[in-house]
Design a protein around this ligand. Sequence first.
Ligand code: ATP
Length: 230
Amino acid sequence: MSPLLELEAVDASYGPFRALFGVSFSLESGSALALLGANGAGKTTLARVCTGLVAPTAGSVRFDGVDFSDRRAFEFARAGIVHAVEGRSVFATLTVEENLALALASGRKRSELAVAIDEAYALFPRLGERRRQIAGTLSGGEQRMLSLARVLVDRPRLLVADELSLGLAPIIVDEVYQTLARIREAGTTLLIVEQHVSHALAIADTAVILERGSVGYIGPARDARAHVGV
Ligand code: ATP
């Protein structure tokens, strides 16, 4: 069986600036990979390559055995690849439930929408407790949960989680990681870009450490701790 995601010798550039140099790794279906590295090492660029937001200038990206190197971001999304970023994109003047309804309504009948909203509350019980609260008055962590819930209900095949814990209180970071563990159990493959190295390594099977745009380490997550000094 081919890996779910496979990058081979990927280069990427922003104009004349080269950000990635010959990056290769593969990700088995149902596994979790931690993508680590110093600021500016190329983690976000690599995450964008994996979701079609940055096109590789050389090398190949394969998803589920199919060449995605020349595909556009919407085709990645259609294949079930979701890129979740640190920001909180919620409608501040609407309630939690209205936010979920807006995000999840497309393509669903009314009864299916109610089920989807309940699934979001199952993923993040705190959102259920605050379903009538105006989203703009939620804490930063709760807003992050709301924006995550909107994409996780659709059970992505691959979730690329880019610095999801940035700026969150430790207790909320724990909750975000508990949710990631649950959606992984439900079958979503994870690629986690993270500053909270110990959280990411605790959930990951494999780690990739980028150093100035190249792979400095690739191997079991448990052995990566020595490389990042945890
Ligand atoms: P950080 O953790 O600080 O976000 P990172 O490991 O995610 O760092 P990238 O954001 O991928 O690193 O950046 C890799 C290199 O590419 C950096 O030198 C950065 O300045 C450069 N870069 C990133 N985005 C752009 C852009 N849109 N245009 C030009 N250069 C960019």
